[in-house]
Design a protein around this ligand. Structure first.
Ligand code: CUK
Ligand code: CUA
Length: 759
């Protein structure tokens, strides 16, 4: 019984298989818990057994948290919060210098902003299909767009819009991720200066920004991005054309009345002045033309951004307005790119425009009139395909896998309508809880939606969950849309901000890495100049500065003692030497706001000024191994001019020759066990299993370290230095235990994955 033996010798604890089997039958459980057959069926449709995975991954806006929430569908299990516009301590985001640099890109006019109001995530697309490479998300309050790399689920870039002071209609991508669309919301002057509201019509402006995405670099290229100047109508949501409408984008608006409010001055409030007219405007922009206009040098630069003026846009025939139902909200292009669906919050209809008709009207020059800024307005009747009465407060629309089938949220009715936008008829409705905003179907924004599930992203939860105080979680409700009738399956509380939109992708399209190449700066995606290899750790002292090049590996941080002088600027670079899956080390230090997450292979940097003399312990924050608590060290900040008096380190225990011999005996026994595990692994086809190959590499490393420690212990013993001999013998054993631990994980993996014997 080799494993038992190892458990005894190595102190490695093994979990015993549970003998427990429940005596209760399904009927008993249903009775005891008061579940109906429908409940049980719903549970069975969402349940993902242990070890199994979800079919889809949903990426949800984290609302005011400025983060992105990742969860599985249909299980609705939360997998990750990705730090985007705000610090996220677990990931060390906003604590290490590398990620601080990303966050600083999002400063607004020099000010650091520590929240976000994230609304719409969007995946990169290739020919209109989600390709699983990158995710974008916008911040409405401080107009910014972030780029998240899906190869490691980290935020790589933030761009701040230099013109807008609020932006809602982003992030939406064009068919091949040529551009990421971001539309302004509340009109403001483009320049960063005071302009009185009295000059609203003349000096305040809206716009749509097309952020150029460099698909090779995986970054937004600000130099080649541009903005189309628009009237001060509050632009709202946007969508990019696809297929026949590729090259165009659509942005709706509200408050085309251009009302400026002033409730405290005795004027009617915004809500009255902004919903007085029966219609607002859908803006239709030919961005492909815009790209040519910029290349031809016809754009002007404002705050470093290429801006196409309204005058130029009209002259170049790239900008049109179409009346749409008052106070509209969602605009969604159908998967075939032929229709544009718009819902007006204050109109019970959802309106379907035909792209062919829009183009025909433009070609025929069928303009009703021009708006006060000279932009041609098309006749609504010439461009409408149909309008359908769906219910009260229609907002957003998602598409099914079946052609012509869509789902639209009814905010006021607290329902979702399933309908046919070709025929213009309602097919089904389901109640949700409560007040749905967006909704998402699987791959619902792509040219080939999968349908299958719909998630209703409800604004209010009211009575759905155990009460947790006046601020309720929001409620994401999972709905089965595979059949003719929609079936509600599951309620998931979302406890982060007001998440507006979610996008969901087939899980097998994502291929995230499990470790970085060694010494990797993950934020810049390149080898860090501070990469440190095992045995090459060093501390460089220059006047006023101490720079540490350190490493982490189970279960120690090198260095373990850092000495600096009061007032020194301290820089600590740490490289995680681990290659094994999930072996992240953390690094937290007392009183310096230092908190790092160092995933396998990563190199990160902490920087601070040690401005007060004292003792500052540091340690690893991830329970990474049996001796995790011993993964510790001290930063000693000495007063200026300090002279040491005690020269020899005080030790709490002394060791004899007998201690040394006892440890060596244990080590020899442990080695026998390791050899048997190694024998098992190498006699199987372990090379066919990449996770095992990684574990074997790691174990080999640990055994290499064990060998070095063994040599040190033997050298000390030869000099009858039993103190160091015994301590190094113990360290030799520590490495053995880690190698054994890794070896056992590899062996278990092989057993569970039916590896075959090759020798
Ligand atoms: S918005 Cu919140 S429900 Cu920002 Cu797309 Cu409509
Ligand atoms: Cu590394 Cu705990």
């Amino acid at each position: 019984m080799k494993i038992r033996q190892l458990a005894l010798v190595g102190g490695v604890t093994l979990a015993l298989g549970s003998q427990f089997t429940s005596a209760a039958s399904l009927d008993d459980v249903m009775k005891a818990r008061g579940l109906t057959h429908k409940d049980v069926l719903a549970a069975a449709k969402t349940y993902v057994p242990t070890g199994k995975r979800d079919e889809y991954l949903a990426f949800s806006s984290g609302g005011q948290s400025g983060q992105v929430i990742v969860y599985g569908v249909p299980s609705m299990r939360i997998l990750k919060y990705i730090g985007v516009f705000t610090p996220e301590p677990w990931q060390g985001y906003g604590f290490d210098e590398e990620s601080k640099a990303v966050l600083a890109q999002g400063n607004i006019q020099g000010k650091s902003i520590t929240y976000g109001d994230t609304h719409h995530p969007a995946f990169t697309e290739t020919k209109g299909e989600y390709d699983g490479r990158y995710l974008f998300i916008n911040d409405k309050a401080n107009p910014r767009v972030a780029v998240i790399d899906l190869h490691d689920f980290e935020t790589k870039q933030i761009v701040a819009n230099p013109l807008y002071k609020s932006a809602h209609g982003g992030a939406f991508v064009t068919e091949n991720s040529e551009y990421v669309i971001e539309a302004a919301q509340y009109p403001t002057p483009f320049e960063n200066e005071f302009v009185p509201l009295e000059e609203f019509n003349d000096k305040y402006r809206g716009g749509v920004t097309y952020w150029k995405f460099d698909n090779k670099k995986g970054r937004i290229d600000q130099e080649n991005s541009f903005t189309v100047e628009l009237p001060p109508y509050s632009q709202d949501l946007s969508d990019a054309g696809k297929g026949p409408s590729h090259g165009w984008s659509f942005t709706n608006s509200f408050c085309s009345e251009r009302y400026v409010g002033g409730i405290e001055r005795g004027r009617p409030p915004f809500e009255a002045g902004c919903s007085a007219k029966d219609t607002d405007f859908l803006h239709m922009i030919n961005w492909q033309k815009g790209e040519e206009v910029v290349k031809a040098g016809k754009a002007k630069k404002i705050n470093g951004m290429n801006v196409i003026s309204m005058e130029t846009a009209v002259a170049e025939n790239m900008l049109y307005l179409i009346p749409e139902p008052k106070s509209p909200h969602g605009v969604d292009v159908t998967p075939d790119g032929k229709k544009i669906i718009i819902s007006g919050k204050l109109d019970s209809h959802t309106w379907v425009y035909s792209f062919d008709k829009l183009m025909a009207a433009i070609k025929a020059g069928n303009f009703k009139e021009k708006d006060p800024y000279g932009i041609p307005i098309l006749n609504m009747k010439d461009t409408l395909h149909t309008q359908v009465q769906l219910g009260l407060g229609p907002l957003h629309t998602q598409m099914d896998a079946k052609p012509c089938i869509a789902f639209t949220s009814l905010y006021v009715d607290s329902m979702i309508a399933k309908w046919d936008y070709c025929e213009g008829k309602v097919l089904d409705k389901v109640s949700i809880h409560y007040n749905v905003g967006h909704l998402v179907s699987m791959e619902g924004d792509s040219v080939s939606p999968d349908g299958k599930y719909l998630i209703s992203l409800n604004k209010l939860a009211i009575d759905r969950f155990n009460p947790v105080g006046p601020l309720h979680p929001q409620n994401h409700q999972l709905i089965d849309i595979k059949g003719d009738k929609m079936e509600l399956l599951y309620d998931m509380p979302v406890p982060l901000g007001e998440p507006h939109y979610v996008v969901a992708i087939k899980a097998d399209k994502l291929k995230p890495v499990i470790r970085y190449k060694s010494g990797w700066n993950s934020r810049e995606d390149k080898r860090s100049p501070f990469k440190t290899r095992a045995g090459r750790e060093k501390t460089v002292v220059t006047p006023g500065k101490v720079e540490v090049f350190g490493t982490t590996i189970r279960s120690h941080i090198t260095p373990e003692i850092i000495e600096v002088t009061e007032g020194d600027e301290v820089t600590i670079h740490l490289t995680n030497l681990e290659r094994a899956q999930d072996e992240t080390h953390g690094f937290a230090m007392y009183g310096q706001n230092v908190n790092l997450s160092i995933e396998p292979g990563k190199t990160v940097t902490a920087k601070f000024v040690a401005d007060k003399a004292g003792v500052y312990p540091y340690y690893c924050t991830e329970f990474c191994s049996a001796l995790h608590l011993e993964m510790e060290g001290y930063l000693l900040v000495k007063p200026k001019g300090y002279q040491a008096t005690e020269v020899k380190a005080q030790e709490g225990a002394t060791y004899t020759e007998a201690d040394y011999n006892k440890q060596v005996k244990t080590n020899i026994e442990t080695q026998a066990v390791i050899d048997s595990v190694v024998g098992f692994i190498t006699s199987h086809n372990y090379q066919d299993f990449p996770p095992v190959v990684a574990l074997v590499e790691d174990a080999t490393d640990q055994l290499g370290f064990a060998k070095e420690a063994k040599e040190k212990s033997e050298a000390a013993a030869a000099k009858k230095d039993w103190q160091n001999g015994a301590l190094w013998a113990n360290q030799w054993w520590q490495y053995q235990v880690k190698a054994a631990d890794i070896g056992l994980r590899a062996k278990t993996y092989l057993e569970q994955h039916d590896a075959v014997k090759v020798k």
